[in-house]
Ligand binder design. Structure first.
Ligand code: 5GP
Length: 191
């Protein structure tokens, strides 16, 4: 594709486990055109996932070679596994004027802002921690201990989001959240 002279928007979406991030991302994709960056990860592939589509699945050695080569825009360890966003692909899409969406955890979001200050960091909030707990329990596949741990992490992330993120949006209804993010993006896209 040709260079347009206008860079695309780098949208970073983060939020606690169970908040409904992936539904928000789907609803966004129905409203605006985004390039979805495919991250590298050292975690193992889950049923239904495809290599190089959902993630590029690599071992720790290969991931560390990527770090040493400066290949990541950001990377972080989460639940004992490494996750990272390949730098060159993201920047190439932005230079072509395409919008890029990253669905990443908090530490990585902060690194993106440092490397690329024009990035727009949006944090998805649950209506309340009680509601987040209800959503985590309704998944049915998570133990009490795991739920308590995730709620503890969520409380920390929510506190951190106060200063780390440009916008915080409450996910009460997924379509409304997507509409709100689109209006944020279109309101500032003429920068
Ligand atoms: P999962 O293993 O469930 O797919 O993802 C776990 C967490 O890692 C999610 O919060 C997801 O947003 C985050 N994540 C996915 N890719 C990346 C990445 O490239 N960098 C960072 N920092 N986090 C990521």
């Amino acid at each position: 594709m040709e260079e347009t002279g206008k860079t695309g928007i780098l949208l970073v979406i983060s939020g606690p486990s169970g908040v409904g991030k992936s539904s928000v991302v789907h609803a966004l994709a129905e409203r605006m055109e985004f390039h979805f960056s495919v991250s590298w990860t050292t975690r193992s592939i889950r049923p239904g996932e495809r290599n190089k589509v959902d993630y590029v699945f690599v071992d720790r050695e290969e991931f560390e070679r990527g770090i040493a080569a400066g290949g990541f825009l950001e990377w972080a360890e989460y639940s004992g596994h490494l996750y990272g966003t390949p730098r060159d692909a993201v920047l190439a899409h932005l230079r072509r004027g395409e919008h890029v969406l990253l669905d990443i955890e908090n530490d990585g979001a902060g690194q993106v802002k440092e490397a690329y200050p024009d990035a727009m960091l949006v944090f998805i909030l649950p209506p309340s921690l009680q509601e987040l707990e209800r959503r985590l329990r309704s998944r049915g596949d998570t133990s009490d201990e795991d739920i308590a741990r995730r709620l503890g992490v969520a409380a920390e992330q929510i506190e951190e989001a106060e200063w780390k993120f440009d916008y915080r949006v409450v996910n009460a209804e997924v379509g409304a959240v997507a509409d709100e993010i689109v209006s944020i993006l279109t309101g500032t896209s003429g920068r």
